[in-house]
Design a protein around this ligand. Structure first.
Ligand code: SF4
Length: 326
């Protein structure tokens, strides 16, 4: 059975972009593979943060993931800082990673250009990611396209460490990327990737009325100005959301109605709102149960951390032995 690891930052409430781009895939994978899903709070502190907010967001993320369908009986859901071996292994990997390799990472270049002061955590972020994955000797990592370069670095680090400290038998597997089937989800502005900071999202636990209030004015095919203008579904973000939420027959119907001006964009959005509602109803009801019994969240995280700690301890023991610390 494959062992998969994937992490998500405690950004607070999940939105449908996170759900379609990662979490829905995790829910499916937990049935097929030994799964470790980690709320990566050490990664979240490379930018300024408030401790109370970090605590609240971590919990909110756990509620969102459990409501979305992560099942603690199948998968280990845990918080990164509950397993301190992540940072121990990251330090070790830092010592075998050339500075130039980190400076060449596209995400480092982008993030450092956006900030006046760049801390070393931003540079070393992919090393901690490598430690997150390799600590569990995961062989498969579900990722979006934007994370492929970081995963490649994890593979390089695994290879380099193996060559140096475990030349006879590879201690760390070289993890392979499993690209998430749903690619980039655009925001309701149709301009940029769905992102909480851009305010172009629909939250996973958002009520029906509020979703409709956002969907109604959402950007569509910019060339479809009048109701009688035929549209081009492929250039419309609403059509792509239909592909993510609506059954195939509905998606086909949308394409025909749009390209023949058979219906207007509001008709199209009403159908989408129903499809989203169908998907979100069970998620909301699980969230209500978690709100009624808050101990379920703590129990799930504690069980997940206990499982993760066993695997982490085994790896660190092997690393220490091979490096002369034990
Ligand atoms: Fe987009 Fe639907 Fe309007 Fe076509 S009919 S432009 S797919 S919202």
């Amino acid at each position: 059975m494959a062992r998969i690891f994937s992490g998500i930052q405690p950004s607070g409430e999940l939105h449908i972009g996170n759900y379609l781009g990662a979490v829905k895939n995790w829910v499916a994978l937990q049935r097929e593979a030994e799964s470790l899903f980690c709320i990566v709070d050490y990664h979240a502190i490379t930018i300024p943060f408030e401790p109370a907010q970090l605590r609240a967001r971590r919990r909110e993320m756990a509620v969102g993931l459990l409501a979305a369908g992560i099942d603690p009986a199948r998968a280990s859901l845990f918080v990164q800082s509950d397993v301190p071996e992540h940072t121990e292994l990251a330090w070790i990997f830092n010592t075998i990673t050339p500075l130039g390799e980190l400076e060449r990472q596209v995400q480092f270049k982008e993030k450092s250009q956006r900030q006046e002061s760049v801390n070393a955590g931003i540079l070393n972020y992919p090393v901690l990611q490598a430690a997150d994955i390799l600590l569990y000797r995961a062989d498969t990592v579900p990722v979006g396209e934007d994370q492929v370069q970081h995963l490649e670095l994890s593979r390089v680090i695994a290879r380099r460490w193996n060559n140096q400290f475990s030349p006879d038998a590879d201690f760390f597997p070289e993890p392979r990327a499993l690209l998430t089937p749903t690619r980039r989800i655009m925001g309701l502005d149709g301009q940029a990737k769905m992102s909480k900071s851009l305010g172009n999202t629909i939250a996973l636990l958002e009520p029906r009325d509020s979703i409709w209030a956002k969907l109604r004015p959402a950007v569509t095919d910019p060339k479809r100005i009048k109701r009688t203008d035929p549209g081009t579904p492929e250039v419309c973000n609403i059509y792509h959301l239909h592909k993510a939420f609506s059954p195939p027959a509905t998606v086909e119907h949308v394409a025909v109605q749009c390209s023949t001006a058979g219906w207007g964009c509001i008709d199209c959005k009403k159908v989408l709102a129903e499809s989203i509602e169908t998907e979100l109803v069970p998620i909301r009801s699980r969230a209500e149960r978690l709100a009624a019994e808050p101990g379920l969240v703590e129990d799930a995280l504690a069980t997940g951390a206990a499982r993760a700690k066993v695997l982490a301890a085994e790896t660190i023991h092997g690393v220490r032995e091979r490096m002369g610390f034990a």
